[in-house]
Write a protein of this length. Structure first.
Ligand code: C2E
Ligand code: CA
Ligand code: CA
Length: 703
């Protein structure tokens, strides 16, 4: 039987029931047949004894009388029974008084008959009579049994076997029929009550959607609602419901994890991870279509000041509005992603030329520049964008992003609010910058720095009142690197802290040199960068230097730019107050170029204001520019500050500033930055001349 047949429970049951009932039927039939054989044997014996008993009288007579004809008649009479095939009456004197024989019948079940009963059955009956005798000397009679002969018969049992065989066949046949019928009926009952309803349930189970298993409720087959099948189905339905609830919860959790890992929490824009995937996808598509696409790295210019001047909440609101604006108005951009504080990356698919990317970048810049209404404020911000184009500017997502970021920095360094494409030469420049930044660490140990000092002139006495320390870096390969180039790098990698400490020490050393040379009132102005200002160690460094060179703290002036103060206003105020407590003076550098407003000036403990060179440059160009400088000077004085004009290059400028009551001037007109010994030379020259003698310009060249 095939494997398939046995896969069906009904078939298997049918087979088992059938075989079992057939075996049982056969066993019961065999017992019946066995009992039947036993009773047939008894019957044959009974029949033989009856036969012999019936013939006993005449046989005894014939044996007693040795009456052969009579004996033959008896034998003939015995042959009336068809089972008898041998009969004989024997006496002692006549061993074959009468003998009859006939051949065994030609019987088809002979073998079976021989097996059950043997070939023939032999029976014999002694032929006896009772004799009364009297002993001669006695009068009573004795009875004695006299033996005359024997009557023998052999029976052929096959006659009995025929009937027996027919009966046996009937028994077996009916037994088997009964068992088969029983098997089939049992099968039908089982099939109807269990297998068929189960098959129905199984079929409806197939229609269950594994993702939403409880969407279809399984129904119990009719009549099985409350039995085990019904209960089973109820439990299955319950189980499916639990599974589906569980699935739903898992899906919600997975979606949440997906959002967390792929999207930015604030703006809900794709994050860096998803951006990488999108760029990789764009690479595949571009390769396939032989197309190019652009990646824009867009960073806000000076976003930090929004956070600081307003609040972090306002900063967040600005980022959110910006992301909404980008999404609503820049639909040609395939992916807009936020990958860091104020950094967005955009993917422009399928551009045909670089120009297209440039136009989009320009639109993004304009869109960002439009003021944002945050709460009741209008905030304006600009951005810098670096653009890299696949495949020219990078083969992988990482490369494209890195190059776009690098050129963004370049755009920012050029003043921001602009975009810049990646080009190999630019990349080289960035690499050089990074190398330069690295070599800064060794520069201090290898004494590659030197300090120059630019005199500051008191405009009422026209004599040197102090000097500003300006650092110089003599790079072993590149030669002189201007501070505007390396100071930002040193701020970037924090080496400014060590370099700054050296500058403070070196400036104080120079100052004590000048004081000892007979100019005890001279001041030194030291430029302090934002990083230094927010370093708690600064106070310690200043105090140490003052102590080491035994200086009057008020001869020290720290120059701090507006941006350094504004980047963290509260911390700056705290630090500046601390510095003031020591007695050191503070000047605000580059005034007018940053965010500092009158309000801020009031809160900060400045002693001096340095008017930025750009104002001095334009001062004589037109009446408004002159008014601005005049206003700054007045403003400074009103706030009890002295005013220094920096970058003064001409006599006209000096005369104008004198008239405007500016306190000090510093610039090439008098002197370029010089070393500390040359400052002494200048001081001596200065003191030799008469007061207000306008011996200027001193103007020695810068070394
Ligand atoms: P700053 O503090 O505004 O320094 C004045 C800059 O203007 C100096 O450039 C000086 O050489 C230059 N200058 C002075 N007078 C004139 C003039 O009449 N005409 C022109 N065209 N330029 C004039 P320098 O030395 O290249 O310094 C540039 C900037 O680097 C400084 O600007 C300052 O921000 C920074 N810096 C210089 N030395 C140091 C320092 O020791 N520490 C820190 N943190 N920054 C420094
Ligand atoms: Ca300065
Ligand atoms: Ca300045």
């Amino acid at each position: 039987m095939s494997y398939q047949f046995f896969n069906s429970l009904s078939n298997r049951l049918f087979f088992v029931v059938l075989v079992t009932s057939l075996i049982l039927g056969l066993m019961i039939s065999s017992i019946q047949i066995f009992l039947d054989v036993r009773s047939a044997q008894v019957n044959i014996e009974k029949q033989a004894h009856n036969l012999l008993a019936m013939m006993k009288e005449p046989a005894t007579q014939s044996a007693y009388n040795l009456d052969r004809p009579m004996a033959e008649q008896v034998v003939e009479g015995l042959f009336q029974n068809e089972a008898v095939f041998y009969a004989a009456i024997k006496t002692e004197t006549e061993p074959s008084l009468a003998v009859g024989k006939k051949p065994l019948s030609d019987f088809k079940y002979r073998e079976l008959s021989n097996l059950l009963f043997g070939q023939s059955l032999y029976f014999s009956l002694p032929l006896e009579g009772t004799i009364k005798t009297r002993l001669s000397d006695r009068s009573e009679y004795f009875t004695a049994t006299a033996h005359y002969g024997v009557l023998e018969i052999n029976l052929d049992p096959s006659y009995a076997t025929l009937a027996l065989a027919e009966r046996s066949f009937r028994i077996i046949f009916s037994g088997l029929l009964q068992s088969t019928t029983f098997g089939v009926v049992l099968y039908l009952i089982f099939h109807g009550m269990i297998t068929r309803p189960m098959a129905k349930v199984t079929t409806s189970l197939e229609s269950i959607d594994p993702l939403q298993p409880s969407r279809i409720q399984l129904e119990a087959p009719r009549g099985h609602e409350s039995d085990e099948i019904g209960t089973w189905i109820k439990n299955i339905n319950g189980l499916f419901l639990t599974i589906e609830n569980h699935n739903n919860q898992r899906r919600v959790a997975e979606a949440h994890v997906e959002r967390l890992s792929n999207y930015d929490m604030l703006t809900e824009l794709p994050n860096r991870m998803l951006l990488n995937k999108r760029i990789e996808q764009s690479i595949l598509e571009a390769d396939h279509q032989n197309a190019i696409f652009a990646v824009l790295w867009c960073a806000l210019d000076d976003f930090n000041s929004v956070n600081l001047l307003h609040s972090y909440n306002a900063g967040d609101r600005l980022l959110l509005s910006l992301s909404e604006r980008l999404q609503n108005e820049m639909q040609s951009i395939q992916t807009i992603s936020r990958i860091g504080g104020d950094i967005f990356a955009l993917v422009l698919p399928n551009i045909s030329t670089h120009l297209e990317a440039a136009k989009t970048a320009q639109r993004v810049l304009e869109l960002i520049r439009r003021p944002f209404q945050i709460e009741d404020m209008q905030l304006a911000i600009t951005a810098s964008i670096g653009i890299s184009v696949y495949p020219h500017d990078g083969a992988t997502s990482d490369e494209l992003l890195k190059h776009a970021e690098n050129v963004m920095q370049l755009a920012k360094a050029q003043g921001g609010n602009r975009y810049q494409f990646f080009v190999e030469s630019v990349d080289q420049k960035i690499k050089d910058t990074k190398r330069l930044e690295k070599s800064l660490t060794a520069a201090l140990n290898e004494e590659q720095f030197s300090l120059l000092f630019q005199p500051q002139i008191n405009l009422s006495t026209m004599k040197i009142s102090g000097a500003e320390a300006l650092v110089r870096w003599h790079h072993p390969e590149k030669g002189l690197v201007p501070p505007s180039e390396f100071i930002p790098l040193a701020e970037n990698n924090q080496t400014i802290i060590a370099i700054g400490k050296w500058i403070i020490d070196e400036s104080c050393r120079a100052l004590s040199l000048w004081h000892n040379a007979g100019f005890p009132h001279l001041t030194v102005s030291i430029n302090v960068s934002a990083i230094q200002l927010h370093q708690s160690n600064l106070i310690r460094v200043l105090k140490d230097a003052i102590k080491k060179y035994q200086l009057d703290p008020s001869t020290l002036i720290l120059e701090i730019t507006e941006t350094a103060v504004m980047s963290n206003l509260d911390a700056a105020i705290r630090m500046l107050k601390h510095i003031k407590q020591i007695g050191i003076q503070i000047a605000i550098d580059d005034f007018g170029t940053g965010y500092a407003s009158l309000n801020h000036l009031k809160r900060l403990p400045f002693d001096k204001v340095k008017v930025d060179k750009s104002f001095i440059d334009d001062m004589l160009e037109g009446p408004e520019n002159a008014t601005i400088v005049g206003a700054i000077i007045k403003l400074g004085h009103n706030l009890n500050m002295q005013v220094i004009a920096e970058g003064t290059e001409t006599l006209d400028q000096i005369e104008f500033l004198q008239k405007a009551h500016c306190d000090f001037a510093q610039g090439y007109y008098y002197s370029r930055p010089v070393n500390s010994n040359e400052v002494i030379t200048l001081l001596r020259k200065d003191s030799d001349s008469a007061p207000n003698s306008n011996l200027f310009p001193l103007n020695p060249p810068e070394h």
